[in-house]
Write a protein that binds this ligand. Structure first.
Ligand SMILES: Cc1ncc(COP(=O)(O)O)c(C=O)c1O
Length: 349
């Protein structure tokens, strides 16, 4: 099967040019990043004396920083250039032609892309509207015959948590590898690291792009048994995390208190955003992340296009499709969210 191609989002500069505004006036409600700039980042990058040299290949400092936070050993950690690189590496390391990887859908699209790029078959286990409850029984059945199961917990794009029991049932059902993508763990409070110590066939992915607020640095890490970590380590591209990103990553992981304060602020802003979206008549799904998913009806794509024309970029989904009538909105600053709701009120009412 031909591997699906990435669909790159329009850049902020392109959107600004099309809308006739300055790039600073574009608000990205589509990327699930942090609304708060990491003020400390300039100092870290500026203090790097050795950018003429390659980064240390072992990334020991990042492994140690991540290990001390999760209570695991550095040997149970491998960093990557974002969780995305680790998703692609895990598919290459653990899937071969003819293998199967299952996931509930809708989910993060890279699981399917990575699976197919690795020559394996992607098995979708659909969750149904209107509430998209986690289809535990169906996933357990699929897991029995799968080499890999991808679980996005909490879910992007749904925003919902996945119950501990459901994850444990899937782990118990398969001899294959269960990859839990916990990109939004800081917002939900469940980081799954205890499953790594308990099970040889569990890998948990984390990112510094969301709660830690350094998406541009591209830093993530995987936690698993050292055998699985070594399998990824052996096929990592050399130096894909730059030395600048390593420094930013170590510093970010050392600022746990700050991260927690950010999560609290984002959670409060999410309440404002959800209330505003409900106020314009959208059905807002509960969220344990830094974004909210809304059912907006058949006008979803035309609304997204109008907002884009104003420099307000929201996430739409393929139509027809299970989320064709939904839009996803990332938490932004209070002012940006007010601007969004003002524009929506104009278009919707
Ligand atoms: C579920 C999920 N996994 C992984 C990623 C990518 O993370 P990173 O920026 O670390 O590559 C995202 C980003 O949106 C995501 O939502």
């Amino acid at each position: 099967m031909k591997a699906p191609r990435y669909k790159w989002q329009p850049t902020t500069a392109e959107i600004a040019a099309a809308a006739g505004i300055r790039p600073e006036e574009v608000e990205r409600f589509d990327h699930n990043t942090s609304p708060f700039a990491a003020e400390w980042a300039a100092g870290v990058a500026g203090s790097l004396p050795q950018v003429n040299e390659y980064p240390a290949a072992t990334y020991r400092s990042l492994r140690e920083a991540a290990a001390s936070l999760s209570g695991l050993q550095p040997e149970q950690i491998v960093p990557g250039a974002g969780a995305d690189e680790l998703i692609l590496l895990a598919a290459r390391a653990f899937l071969s032609r003819g293998d199967t990887a299952a996931a509930t859908t809708p989910t993060y699209p890279l699981y399917e892309i990575a699976t197919i790029q690795a020559g394996a078959v992607f098995q979708s286990v659909p969750a149904s509207s209107p509430d998209f409850a986690f289809p535990e029984d169906a996933l357990v059945r699929a897991a029995r015959d799968s080499d890999v199961v991808w679980i996005c917990a909490p879910s992007n794009p749904l925003g919902s948590a996945v119950a501990d029991d459901a994850v444990d049932a899937v782990i118990a059902a398969t001899d294959g590898l269960v990859i839990i993508d916990a990109a939004y763990a800081e917002f939900s409070g469940t980081d799954w690291s205890s499953r790594v110590d308990r099970h040889h066939n569990v890998m948990v992915l984390r990112t510094l792009s969301k709660a830690y607020g350094i998406a541009g640095a591209r830093v993530g890490y995987a936690m698993a048994h050292p055998d699985l970590i070594n399998a990824i380590d052996g096929i990592r591209p050399p130096g894909s995390i730059s030395s600048i990103s390593v420094a930013l990553g170590v510093e970010a992981l050392g600022r746990e208190q700050e991260m927690r304060a950010t999560v609290a602020k984002v959670t409060a802003l999410r309440g404002e955003l959800a209330a505003g979206l409900a106020g314009v008549g959208f059905r807002v799904l509960p969220s344990l992340t830094n974004f909210v998913l809304c059912e907006v009806g058949a006008r979803a794509h035309s609304l997204a296009a109008k907002l884009m024309g104003d420099g307000l970029v929201v996430r739409k989904f393929p139509s027809p499709g299970p989320l064709g009538e939904y839009l996803r909105f990332t938490v932004r600053s209070s002012a940006a969210q007010k601007r969004l709701i003002d524009h929506l009120e104009r278009y919707v009412t």
